[in-house]
Design a protein around this ligand. Structure first.
Ligand code: UD1
Ligand code: CA
Length: 455
């Protein structure tokens, strides 16, 4: 038995309705740092490389099914309790003789290290049948209580509703997470009854049942912050705050400077290099990779973008999905970049929209340049060669190519390709008439005075 205790499978319970969220979205699909709660559970679990994973969902939770794919889902037709939910995963998981980890989809922060400790404890010499993840929260509230025997071994778990006053005074609580011997899990679950306050099949009953079968059970403790469960929008906000704080610390530990950490928001998958400097009020959406020595100035919103070494972004820049900013490029204030490749050292410093564009190395995009990439039906690309110069307030009507080294005069509306090294000007000719302004003023003043006389 001990030989297989370090082999791992996992069951994630996610069928609960999450009534208190007041949402049409399944509870575990609510996001923390841009990632569904159940996604956090899976990503913390992944380094343990479980041989199998099954996720228990309620009927109609297709969103969860998609989120956890390729892990199979098991349908729990009716929510009859956590013990019943685990039982529903039997077929999806298949016969498995190692350690089965049971996780909750609404408890997103249980760390990889903690999960590893549970598995190690299961694999220890005394081979406990069940290892429960416990905590000592500041407020034990309605958590299940862990009752220890005289030797300090776990004897049973008592749910709050069933607990006596003495049991309620215990501050060692059940986080819900467990590691169970896969050779007896299903037998134990088959013995659970629902004759309790909630009329549910409590998973927690397997501890007393294992003890009755002559097996030991154990507790591994972890900090409360890691075991926090989300049941309401307020708790979701608390979880988000905790996660962001921790993510900021990680960014700094990995060599980024955050000028005002509390105002920088990360997504779970944000990647920052070394010596990146991030100003105040910067938001990283999903899918952002930032190379070393990039400076991101205040008030930028960045998602789905890669930023190469030494680039300067912002202040007040918006990078949207598909923005690839080359090394040493500058994207300045009120510049929006979408699905565009900006070459090394290129500059777009003011008030521009670059969408579906390829911008050559060291080109200069003047203030107010707009790539007109959409005709109301289809998108088209704009190609700008290396070292081209686009004068201010130009509209580049795609599909269009500006050759390398070409110059576009300010205020142009470019609808046809411009050859390399050509100058293209596409705007009204300027006409100046000497003295006409002075004549005009004299004429108008005369007219105004004559009207005043008549009153
Ligand atoms: C559970 C524990 C309690 C522990 C607490 C920690 C039991 C009986 N009690 O209580 O000891 O202190 O978690 O947060 O296990 N679920 C299903 N199907 C069901 C019921 C629940 O999939 O039929 C899922 C939920 O989606 C959720 C998890 O199981 O992810 C926990 O269920 P919940 O009803 O929130 O359990 P608690 O009453 O909080
Ligand atoms: Ca709960």
């Amino acid at each position: 038995m001990s030989s297989s205790a370090d082999r791992i499978a996992a069951i994630i319970l996610a069928a609960g309705k999450g009534t208190r969220m007041k949402s049409t979205l399944p509870k575990v699909m609510h996001k923390i740092a841009g990632r569904a709660m159940v996604g956090h559970v899976l990503s913390n679990l992944a380094p343990l490389a479980p041989e199998r994973v099954a996720v228990v969902v309620a009927p109609g939770m297709d969103l969860v099914k998609r989120e956890v794919s390729p892990a199979p889902v098991a349908i729990q037709a009716e929510q009859l309790g956590t013990g019943h939910a685990v039982r529903c995963a039997r077929e999806a998981l298949g016969a498995f003789a190692g350690t089965i980890l049971i996780l909750f989809g609404d408890t997103p922060f249980v760390s990889t290290d903690t999960l590893r400790k549970l598995v190690e404890r299961r694999a220890a010499k005394d081979e406990p049948a069940v290892v429960v993840l416990g905590m000592r929260p500041a407020d034990a509230g309605a958590y299940g209580r862990l009752v220890l025997d005289r030797q300090g071994n776990l004897e049973r778990i008592v749910e709050f509703k069933e607990a006596s006053a003495t049991e309620r005074a215990i501050n060692l609580c059940n986080s819900g997470v467990m590691a169970v011997d896969g050779t007896i899990l299903w037998t134990l679950l088959g013995l659970i009854k629902n004759d309790n306050a909630k009329g549910e099949y409590y998973l927690t009953d397997i501890v007393a049942l294992a003890r009755a079968d002559g097996r030991d059970c154990a507790v591994v403790e972890a900090p409360e912050a890691e075991l926090l469960g989300v049941n309401s929008r307020a708790e979701l906000a608390i979880a988000e705050t905790l996660y962001q704080d921790q993510r900021r610390m990680v960014a700094m530990e990995e060599g980024a400077t955050l000028l005002d950490p509390r105002t920088v928001y990360f997504t779970a998958d944000t990647k920052l290099g070394r010596d990146v400097v991030v100003g105040p009020n910067v938001v990283f959406g999903p899918g952002v990779t930032v190379a070393d020595e990039v400076e991101i100035r205040a008030f930028c919103h960045i998602e789905g973008a890669t930023i190469d070494r030494g680039a300067i972004i912002g202040p007040f820049a918006r990078l949207r999905p598909g923005a690839e900013i080359g090394p040493e490029a500058h994207i300045g204030n009120f510049v929006e970049v979408k699905n565009s490749i900006i070459g090394a050292g290129a500059k777009a410093n003011h008030l521009s929209y670059l969408g579906d564009a390829d911008v050559g190395a060291k080109s200069n995009i003047g203030a107010g340049t707009i790539t007109c990439n959409y005709d109301g039906f289809l998108k088209a690309r704009t190609e700008i060669g290396a070292e081209a110069f686009i004068g201010s307030n130009s509209a580049l009507v795609a599909p269009v190519k500006i050759g390398a080294g070409a110059i576009v005069g300010a205020g142009s509306v470019i609808t046809r390709d411009v050859e390399a090294d050509a100058i293209a000007v596409a705007r009204g000719e300027q006409v100046s008439r000497a003295g006409r302004a002075k004549d005009f003023r004299a004429q108008r003043q005369k007219l105004k005075s004559s009207k005043a006389d008549k009153k």
